[in-house]
Design a binder for this molecule. Structure first.
Ligand code: TYD
Length: 132
């Protein structure tokens, strides 16, 4: 089964321009408790390099692009997030890395839980053990 689960957000544009609405438990398949965004990422910097025990997320590049790698401990897949109408669903126990941020990239992330450092697995070997 593919690790890449994309949601196509319906664009609600008209002649004035575009609009996307993200609704908790509708467009986004969980209750949204937290929203954060990455911007101003320096060229050549990669981020992420962690998994979570209990966290659902949807990531969307609302401007620019970046390359997302997902890894379930058995295989890796990658996808370019390069559209403001394309959301990537990231579930529990998925190692994620973000690479090749464009200068203008704004990566919006919707999350099912509040921030909790104890939920992070930041060591890849530990992740492989937990994911087994
Ligand atoms: P981190 O999750 O390590 O960033 P990334 O995985 O994108 O490389 O977060 C960077 C810092 O920001 C870290 O000190 C934790 C803090 N942080 C919060 O306080 N709240 C949040 O919701 C997030 C995502 C991070």
């Amino acid at each position: 089964m593919s690790l890449i689960h994309l949601i196509d957000f319906p664009p609600l544009g008209d002649e004035r321009g575009s609009l996307v609405a993200l609704e908790s438990e509708q467009t986004v398949p969980f209750n949204i408790k937290r929203v954060y965004y990455l911007f101003g990422t320096q060229q050549g910097v990669a981020r992420g390099f962690h998994a979570h025990h209990n966290l659902q997320q949807v990531a969307v590049c609302i401007t620019g692009k970046c390359r997302m790698i997902l890894d379930d401990g058995h295989h890796r897949e990658e996808v370019w997030l390069d559209s403001s109408t394309k959301g990537l669903v990231i579930g529990d126990l998925i190692w994620r890395e973000m690479h090749d941020f464009s200068e203008d990239c704004v990566l919006l992330v919707l999350a099912s839980e509040h921030y909790d450092e104890n939920d992070y697995i930041r060591d890849y070997e530990e992740f492989l053990e937990v994911a087994k």
